[in-house]
Write a protein that binds this ligand. Structure first.
Ligand SMILES: *Cc1c(COP(=O)(O)O)cnc(C)c1O
Length: 395
């Protein structure tokens, strides 16, 4: 789909009734003074969106009414995790409500500069498990490749805030920067799975991303290739027909998308996800459990249901890592277990992801959840079901 087709498509979808339940309508950008004169073709251009991201207080003030907490958060954010908000994401923010889940993920608050006990710079000890630049090798058969330190939008709960944010590091200009990582994968025949993440690999230009994927695909023992991204949610304009056609050539590619709240699932986001799905890419979701954003079971269930409707299979819910400055986002583990308790049995199994804690210090993802085994002895398991009824299973 080219840009004008997408603009047309959106128009005709707006005219069509009834509205699908899954897609909310954000603010019309033409009603925001900052964007009222923007040409729809520019709005649909991902480079335009990237170039016009909100980076500071002056622009932000023109889109939302800043709270005192946010004002001081923005002041303190310089020198830490940068602020970058795409104009698209800005239209999803509630201009009046500082507790808006979309706004809280993008606009820093004063609490972000506090460091709480147990918080770390690199909570999952990724730097320790790095055998080559930009590579993390923790599990026997798979590696994580950090393709860039740039994102379309910087999430305030980011676990990799030590790396990302467009501060010192310049843009990725050549795939040669991954030579050592590629060599490492080549020489380790046990690596059958490569996860390209970052930063967000979809912020790379098509040619660069293709160059990288091509090099990985050329390694015969790599059978599973996936990308981790938030772009379909924060910058859906990036998912162009050209990108999809490029990725198609290297099929199968799986894509994991970071989704945290039902408000993120707009018509425009659905178009981007549909393009990826129609291009043959299976989609999964990754969600970070965030206080006041998605820690109520009904919100999480709604998110999971809406993901299934746009062909995204819920994959993981993460306990918010103990990274510096994120205390205000962290819930008790019990909140996550309670959510899992209220999903399993009460909705489609496909709507139930795995709740994990990334073991601090480098333990990897550890599943946590309600306990369904009450006792186990001599060939007899005593189990409970989702309603609490007790069953014996004899081996
Ligand atoms: C999450 C992660 C992976 C992939 O884990 P899966 O459970 O297979 O999705 C691989 N390497 C690292 C370092 C990770 O953090």
């Amino acid at each position: 789909m080219n840009n004008s087709l997408i603009v047309e498509n959106q128009k005709s979808q707006q005219e069509a009734a009834p509205q699908p339940r899954t897609t909310k309508r954000p603010r019309d950008y033409q009603q925001i003074s900052l964007y009222k004169d923007i040409n729809p073709l520019d709005w649909e251009d991902w480079h335009w969106q990237m170039k016009h991201r909100i980076r500071g207080k002056e622009e932000l003030q023109q889109v939302i009414k800043l709270s005192a907490e946010e004002e001081s958060g923005i002041k303190n954010a310089s020198g830490r995790l940068s602020v970058a908000i795409t104009p698209y994401w800005a239209t999803l923010m509630d201009p009046e409500d500082p507790n808006c889940p979309i706004r809280r993920q993008a606009v820093p608050v004063a609490a972000e500069s506090a460091v709480s006990p147990h918080e770390m710079v690199d909570p999952c000890a990724e730097d320790r498990d790095s055998p080559a630049p930009h590579l993390v090798h923790r599990y026997p058969d798979r590696v994580l490749l950090l393709a860039t330190d740039h994102c379309a939008m910087y999430c305030r709960h980011c676990t990799r805030r030590r790396l990302v944010g467009e501060r010192a590091q310049e843009e990725v200009k050549s795939v040669s920067r991954f030579d050592a990582a590629i060599e490492y994968i080549k020489s380790n025949r046990k690596v059958r799975d490569v996860l390209i993440s970052g930063g967000d690999p979809f912020t790379l230009e098509d040619e660069l991303l293709e160059g990288l994927i091509q090099k990985i695909r050329a390694i015969s023992h790599v059978e599973f290739l996936r990308l981790g991204t938030r772009v379909p949610v924060t910058l859906p304009q990036r998912i162009t027909e050209k990108l999809v056609n490029t990725l198609k050539k290297y099929s199968p590619i799986w894509v994991s998308i970071h989704f945290n709240h039902p408000k993120e699932i707009t018509k425009r986001c659905k178009i981007a996800c549909d393009m990826l799905s129609d291009g043959g890419m299976p989609l999964g979701s990754q969600t970070v459990l965030l206080k006041g954003i998605n820690d109520r079971p009904y919100i999480m269930k709604k998110l999971m249901h809406e993901l299934l409707q746009i062909r995204v299979r819920p994959y993981y819910i993460y306990q918010c890592d103990p990274v510096r400055g994120t205390q205000h986002f962290r819930t008790p583990v019990a909140a996550g277990i309670n959510i899992m308790e209220k999903l399993r049995g009460y909705t489609s199994g496909y709507a139930v992801p795995t709740y994990v804690i990334d073991g601090p210090g480098g333990g990897g993802k550890i599943p946590v959840g309600p306990n369904y085994i009450l006792s186990q002895a001599k060939g007899k398991y005593v189990l409970r079901n989702y309603k609490g009824k007790i069953y014996a299973y004899l081996e």
